[in-house]
Design a protein around this ligand. Structure first.
Ligand SMILES: C[S@@+](CC[C@H](N)C(=O)[O-])C[C@H]1O[C@@H](n2cnc3c(N)ncnc32)[C@H](O)[C@@H]1O
Length: 195
């Protein structure tokens, strides 16, 4: 993740974050329990929403993003440890976490299939994977528009794939979706997956 993108990320996201995203994140994160792993934690936008968990371990590959997250980490009411690393090779043993959280990061992670496999591996049996992502839309017209925009979008948004079919990747990975909510005409989706 480039320094410029990290610097401006919160600013460009702020119209959405002040509105619908705030409610979505709050509702999602309040379902996290026990020991939590957050993947691609970025500027730490989710950190203030963790309330009754024992600890959050956050993994993020970009040093610029890690630095931007320091302020939010400092004001969090729960213990948060941010580690540098990638979703495709999580440095944790099998069945380590009660909850795994990923928001708006599977679209950017270079190998989302492997990342999902790793998330399932480190999640304890019976644990939850909470996900909020933008996804490929089911409308043929809007889905094609996403395909068409993706090469340009990837360039301006630091590798983000606008047309990534994350729900399909989750299903193909044999993950059990127990709750699914769509927003903005199916552009965004919130999933709760049970291991
Ligand atoms: C669009 S930002 C989202 C940040 C934050 N999760 C949010 O909800 O706003 C995507 C994040 O995914 C991170 N990322 C990119 N590749 C990754 C990887 N291989 N493993 C984990 N995170 C990655 C980026 O560095 C960036 O912080």
């Amino acid at each position: 993740m480039s320094k410029t993108f990290s610097k401006w990320y919160d600013f460009f996201m702020s119209p959405l974050e002040k509105g619908t995203f705030k409610t979505i994140r709050k509702n999602l994160i309040q379902r996290a329990e026990g020991s939590v792993l957050e993947i691609g934690s970025g500027t730490g936008i989710n950190f203030p929403y963790y309330k009754s968990v024992t600890k959050v371990t956050a993994i993020e590959p970009s040093q610029f993003m890690i630095e931007k997250s320091i302020k939010r980490k400092a004001i969090s009411s729960v213990q948060i440890e941010v580690q540098k690393g990638s979703a495709e090779m999580l440095p944790y043993p099998d069945n380590s976490f009660d909850t795994v959280v990923v928001t708006l990061a599977l679209c950017t992670i270079p190998d989302p299939k492997l990342a999902l496999k790793e998330m399932a591996r480190v999640c304890k049996p019976g644990g939850k994977i909470l996900l909020f992502e933008h996804v490929k839309m089911s409308s043929p017209f809007l889905g094609t528009l996403q395909d068409w925009l993706t090469p340009f979008w990837k360039k301006i948004c630091d590798g983000c794939c606008l047309n990534r079919d994350t729900v399909q990747l989750v299903i193909a990975n044999d993950m059990k979706i127990i709750r699914k909510t769509s927003f903005f005409n199916g552009l965004f989706v919130e999933l709760e997956i049970r291991k």
